[in-house]
Write a new protein. Structure first.
Length: 527
């Protein structure tokens, strides 16, 4: 069937030119021809996302139909009426007529047993390039028999009408589980494409016994059974810490944990580039000068094309998107074993939490459901400096089901496979944001190495007086004072006061989960 005929089956008709499954070079060529950006050093594609330099979580909706009425976490997911969605869909289709579009047929998920076939229809050529990097690319033979299970239509030039379309503003991202359709309008921020797919998988996979996770993952070189996963919101270090040169990178952001192991949802990485250091992160830095890497919202010299990694005048959320194979130690399969270590990354802007702590299974569930961290500047619209927050499951904006669904599934898998759990603070030490300093990445890496090689499990531990978890007393290569946050503060009384406030914040936030959790997790929550 010809591309136009295939799209007609989905109601997409009378388009201009249809560019169907173009490869990277052709997409770059089309994007340049349309003035969507510039060719940078090494052939990277330099572009701006315009007004929207981060996600718009308040403009994201789920269509409220009978099939999902009882399973969606409506307190966390805004509802859209089916009739409003139908009007939005029809108006977007009318808007698309006569315009050129780029179609990419892709897989979401490295595991053939659990992957989803997704068709992405985009107005911008570079969006096609972006999503081609971020999802997984079928072979030619697989494309011949490709039938999309879900379709995304992305029209940055279409403005929604809140009164007519039942949305909040003229920007909208909405998922319809009955029609297996995602609509995105009036935002050129490419991350909405990938996070919509993640939200979709977060709903579908638990029914199959697969735990969807907002985490990066790696495994020991030559030994996939020694897999580690790193939960965390954007800016906590998922990409940086999982891309360790002495381990194999499975992926940097989204994974599943099935009955036979872990697997990457994606085929690429979407890394923050603000203050990117070529010495600390040489491989990620190198991708910003590779052909077809998408470099978003970075300031550069218009003559030399030199990127300014420290300039946040456009946004602090500068990013680059590239295929996994641009990282030399990346897994070719995107598959790993059952996680041996489960690491929860938190960016504590209060400077209270230790750089690492070992968690019991119950404590792990407490901190997983709490999801304490800080939203870093630029990731969401309006966030200009670190904001402490509780984002359950370390990914509340992408969780369509209630948190307990994911918590119980993770708890069962941790217990079944005897995974060791750690809480790692990549935030502040010696004081809160504005007074203290960011946790030294060298220390974080040394602590993680000790955790992953097993040496930390036999280290002498102290009981944290605030949260009750075990904290190592001394670790080779790490300043001992750093392991006891109170000692890093000049004003110890101020630390005690802030620690007490943080414990109270945890308790208040966690009270919403108390009716739904097991007694051992309740015991971990009450101190």
């Amino acid at each position: 069937m010809k591309p136009a005929q295939e799209l007609a089956h989905q109601g997409i008709t009378d388009l201009g030119n249809i560019y169907y499954n173009l490869i990277e070079a052709a997409l770059v060529e089309e994007a340049l021809k349309r003035g969507e950006g510039r060719l940078g050093k090494g052939g990277a594609f330099l572009c701006s996302t315009g007004k929207f330099t981060g996600r718009s979580p308040k403009d994201k909706f789920v269509v409220r139909t009978a099939s999902v009425e009882k399973t969606i976490w409506w307190e966390n997911n805004a509802a859209m009426a089916p009739e409003a969605f139908d009007l939005l869909h029809a108006d977007m289709l009318a808007h698309m007529k006569g315009r050129d579009y780029f179609v990419q047929d892709l897989f979401a998920g490295a595991d053939p047993l659990h992957r989803l076939d997704v068709r992405v229809v985009t107005e911008l050529a570079w969006h096609g390039l972006f999503i081609r990097h971020l999802l997984r690319r079928p072979s030619h033979d697989e494309l011949d028999s490709f039938v999309p299970e879900w379709t995304i239509i992305n029209c940055p030039t279409f403005k929604a009408d809140p009164a007519r379309h039942g949305c909040r503003t003229d920007t909208v991202i909405t998922l319809n589980f009955d029609k297996k359709l995602i609509l995105i309008a009036n935002t050129a921020y490419a991350g909405e494409n990938k996070k919509s797919v993640f939200t979709l998988l977060n709903y579908l996979l638990p029914e199959k016994g697969v735990m969807p996770m907002h985490c990066s993952a790696n495994h020991a070189i030559g030994n996939p059974s020694d897999t580690a996963i790193f939960f965390g919101l954007s800016g906590t270090g998922k990409t940086t810490l999982s891309a360790s040169p002495d381990r194999t990178l499975i992926g940097d952001d989204e994974h599943g944990w099935s009955d036979h192991g872990s697997f990457n949802f994606e085929g690429g990485c979407y890394a923050k580039t603000i203050n990117l250091n070529p010495e600390a992160e040489p491989e990620i830095y190198a991708t910003t000068h590779r052909f077809a890497t998408v470099v978003e919202n970075m300031v550069y010299d218009p003559e030399t094309l030199e990127l300014d990694f420290d300039d946040n005048s456009l946004t602090a959320n500068t990013r680059c998107a590239y295929p996994l194979e641009y990282i030399s130690n990346a897994s070719a399969t995107g598959l790993g074993g059952h996680p041996k270590n489960v690491i929860m990354l938190t960016c504590d802007a209060y400077g209270i939490l230790p750089p690492i702590a070992r968690l019991t299974s119950a404590q792990a569930m407490y901190h997983f459901l709490s999801g304490f961290t800080s939203k870093v500047a630029g990731t969401e619209r309006g966030v200009t400096e670190p904001q402490p927050t509780f984002s359950t499951c370390f990914g509340a904006p992408f969780m369509p089901r209630r948190p307990e669904v994911y918590g119980r599934l993770l708890q069962a898998k941790i217990a079944k496979h005897s995974a060791i759990c750690w809480l790692v603070n990549t935030g502040w030490t010696g004081g809160a944001y504005g007074t203290g300093k960011r946790m030294p990445i060298k220390a974080t890496r040394a602590l993680l190495s000790a955790a992953l090689d097993g040496s930390l499990t036999s280290a002498e531990m102290r009981k944290d007086p605030n949260f009750g978890f075990d904290v190592p007393v001394a670790v080779p290569g790490v300043e001992t004072t750093l392991l006891n946050p109170r000692q890093t503060w000049t004003d110890k009384a101020a630390y005690d006061t802030q620690a007490s406030k943080l414990v109270s914040m945890f308790a208040e936030n966690f009270s919403q989960y108390m009716p739904f959790i097991d007694e051992d997790v309740k015991a971990a929550a009450i101190r």
